[in-house]
Design a protein around this ligand. Structure first.
Ligand code: MG
Length: 159
């Protein structure tokens, strides 16, 4: 048995905020406006994991109105979501992701993001792909007002 899940996240950008993507600190003049660390890539991965097992979305399980989840590293959301995946009798087969951001260029952080996501999902690095796109100067992403991430995850039955 296999299960597929899709995840999406978007955050507004503002000057002088920390930018974390895939659990990796990225040098940037802008960062997400968020209660948590605003890691859109990990948030999209969490949404994909929850989607694959029919468990709603990140806002349902980790609402920013709950003080437990305020200012929490997004790594924690992935760890919690992997608990749901295990309890559903599944493990990750592979995950494919895309970050859409105008600036900075992210290529030099790609492998660090893959490594971190692979560790969190308990898979080898070749099961994790991270792609980058730009907003092509149009729309909120293209104007540098927001960033987005998309993720698709495939789960398989755990032995
Ligand atoms: Mg988010």
């Amino acid at each position: 048995m296999s299960r597929i899940g899709h995840g999406f996240d978007r955050h507004r950008l503002a000057p002088g905020r920390r930018l974390r993507l895939g659990g990796v600190e990225v040098e940037s003049e802008v960062g997400p406006v968020s209660h948590s660390d605003g890691d859109v890539l990990l948030h999209a991965v969490v949404n994909a994991l929850l989607g694959a097992i029919g468990e709603g979305d990140i806002g349902l399980h980790f609402p920013d109105t709950d003080p437990r989840w305020r200012d929490v590293d997004s790594d924690r959301f992935v760890v919690e979501a992997m608990g749901f995946v295990r309890r559903a009798g599944c493990r990750v087969a592979n995950v494919d992701t895309t970050v859409v951001l105008e600036r900075p260029r992210l290529g030099r952080w790609r492998n660090a993001m893959r490594e971190r996501i692979a560790a969190l999902l308990e898979v080898a690095i070749d099961r994790v792909n991270v792609k980058f796109g730009s907003g092509e100067t149009v729309g909120p992403v293209g104007r540098g007002e927001a960033l987005e991430a998309h993720a698709v995850v495939l789960l398989e039955a755990a032995d």
